[in-house]
Design a protein around this ligand. Structure first.
Ligand SMILES: Cc1cc2nc3c(=O)[nH]c(=O)nc-3n(C[C@H](O)[C@H](O)[C@H](O)COP(=O)(O)OP(=O)(O)OC[C@H]3O[C@@H](n4cnc5c(N)ncnc54)[C@H](O)[C@@H]3O)c2cc1C
Ligand SMILES: NC(=O)c1ccc[n+]([C@@H]2O[C@H](COP(=O)([O-])OP(=O)(O)OC[C@H]3O[C@@H](n4cnc5c(N)ncnc54)[C@H](O)[C@@H]3O)[C@@H](O)[C@H]2O)c1
Length: 465
């Protein structure tokens, strides 16, 4: 079977690559070994956010007198899990598979492996597919579980996202995004959570983000231990997990979640058949051609290790799909920064929301990253709770905002907002960073009164005109 483009993996990125090339007039097939929709739909973004949303809604109601009195019960954990099941489409993919069909994309179910230049075998040769123009690797990533934690058969983010019951005691190893979000969710659902992190929480964000999340998790009843290292884990015949820290301290739990990062799904995709080392992230050029990949091999999404986020992967997918079409048709490739066929924002303006309590919304560089990049910066901080719209939003609203300004160019290069419901504020910051809007022009973007967005005016006033 011959197609113009073959995509390995039907996660959000693979689906979008195939969609773009078909819209561009080429034919495309995707190969998927599990569920169409990938990690994001069934075990990552959607189910985890469903686990977090109900507690956030409850908290929002409790923060406003009048609404607070109408809240007469506690969080219904069973109802939360049922809503999560629905958001994971009960782990079935008929809807997404039908969408592929309606978009004119062929689906081959099974494990895909590159067999030779432009040739992909499905399930060891049951079907052989040949690409006229390109093979795109969009196989994503899986949870990284260091060998010393495997003896306890721990949960990864998959089991946490799909949990059918709430453990009494949950130990979490890690201090990043998955660890903090799942500690927040399971604490709200009634588990006694012990989070064990080797460094500060959310260490890639501005320091105040992790500090506020640490305080809030503790206030919610979780035990948060930072600066600790887990030496070994075991599980009893009765299911109890025993963790031993490097200082000898022992901790017991009913379940253990290991959330220490991701590993690319490249170990068994046939890279050895084209003279490449299996495993490892796939390095790509600006237009997502795999380095030394013969010009026909592309990669996008998590597997590249560039920005492990669905929205960023889909942004890459649009560029990849379009550039493959352009090359196939002999059209010009627009690969200058911010061009149609590149993903410039991956390096300069990646937005991310961590759905902890409080939420952490950030885009671009932190103050430390900007300084390390040699940018002459000025950092402006403001108490988000002091904004009129925030005071109205919730009694006792506590939050913090920081903008990082490139003093030489007088533009924003980074922004971090921490507080209840800041997620929806983030896009304004992203537009300012990507648009490189001069601060003097930003003064003319007037936030409506009384919204939390007035933080923009306050940050500019603090910066000075
Ligand atoms: C717990 C958790 C929560 C997250 N929450 C968010 C969030 O809120 N927002 C956000 O933006 N990002 C979030 N992410 C990140 C997001 O899930 C990923 O960035 C995104 O799924 C990457 O998409 P992808 O298509 O590159 O890979 P994946 O979604 O991993 O899809 C890859 C697909 O390829 C298939 N595949 C792999 N190998 C083969 C093969 N050899 N043959 C055939 N098929 C194959 C897999 O079965 C899978 O379906 C979260 C991640 C985790 C772990
Ligand atoms: N809301 C979101 O956008 C969202 C939510 C979840 C996940 N994600 C994506 O998924 C990716 C993976 O998340 P993650 O939390 O697994 O990774 P992460 O990179 O965010 O955090 C890993 C954490 O594990 C710690 N760690 C690493 N090795 C360790 C070890 N051997 N022992 C103990 N601790 C160790 C690190 O210090 C860090 O705190 C993230 O990069 C993120 O892009 C996004």
């Amino acid at each position: 079977m011959t197609y113009d483009v073959i995509v390995l993996g039907a996660g959000p990125v693979g689906e979008n690559v195939a969609d773009r090339v078909v819209r561009g007039g080429l034919t495309a097939a995707v190969v998927e070994r599990e569920l169409v929709g990938g990690e994001c739909s069934y075990w990552a973004c959607m189910p985890t956010k469903a686990l977090l949303r109900s507690a956030a809604a409850l908290q929002a109601a409790r923060a406003v007198p009048g609404a607070r009195e109408a809240v007469t019960g506690d969080l219904d954990a069973a109802a939360v899990l049922r809503r999560r099941d629905a958001f994971a489409a009960h782990w079935t993919d008929q809807k997404q598979a039908s969408w592929l069909e309606s978009a004119g994309i062929a689906l081959h179910r099974g494990h895909g492996r590159i067999a030779a230049d432009r040739v992909v075998e499905v399930d060891g040769g049951r079907t052989t597919l040949t690409a006229r123009h390109a093979v795109v690797v969009a196989t994503g990533s899986g949870a990284l579980v260091p060998p010393r934690f495997r003896a306890a058969a721990p949960w990864t983010s998959r089991e946490a996202a799909a949990a059918q019951k709430v453990p009494g005691r949950l130990a979490v190893i890690g201090g990043g995004v998955v660890a903090t979000e799942m500690a927040t969710a399971f604490t709200s659902l009634g588990a006694a959570v012990t989070l064990l992190a080797r460094g500060p929480l959310l260490s890639r964000a501005e320091p105040f983000a992790g500090e506020r999340v640490t305080t809030s998790l503790r206030e919610a009843g979780a035990t948060v231990r930072t600066g600790v290292e887990v030496a070994s884990v075991t599980r009893d015949s009765d299911g109890t997990v025993h963790l031993t820290l490097t200082d000898g301290e022992r901790i017991e739990a009913d379940e253990l979640l290991v959330a220490v990062g991701r590993t690319p799904n490249t170990a068994d995709i046939g890279l050895d058949r084209i003279g490449r080392e299996p495993g490892g992230w796939l390095p790509v050029d600006d237009t997502f051609r795999v380095t030394d990949g013969g010009g026909w091999l592309y990669a996008a999404g998590d597997v590249t290790g560039r920005a492990l986020l669905t929205h960023q992967g889909k942004y890459q997918a649009r560029a990849v799909g379009d550039v493959i079409v352009a090359r196939a048709k002999g059209e010009a490739v627009e690969d200058a920064p911010w061009g149609r066929h590149v993903a410039t924002a991956d390096a300069r303006a990646v937005p991310q929301v961590v759905f902890t309590d409080p939420e952490v919304a950030s885009v671009g560089l932190t103050a430390a990253e900007a300084a390390a990049a040699g940018i002459r910066t000025r950092v402006v901080d403001y108490d988000l709770g002091a904004v009129a719209g925030a005071a109205l939003h919730a009694d006792g609203y506590a939050g913090h905002a920081r903008m990082v300004v490139d003093e030489d160019r007088q533009v924003l290069v980074g922004c971090t907002l921490v507080g209840p419901d800041v997620a929806e504020l983030l896009h304004a910051a992203t537009v300012a960073v990507v648009g490189e809007v001069p601060l003097q022009r930003l003064w003319h973007a007037v936030p409506a009164y009384p919204t939390v967005s007035e933080i923009w005016l306050r940050l500019l006033e603090a910066y000075g005109r």
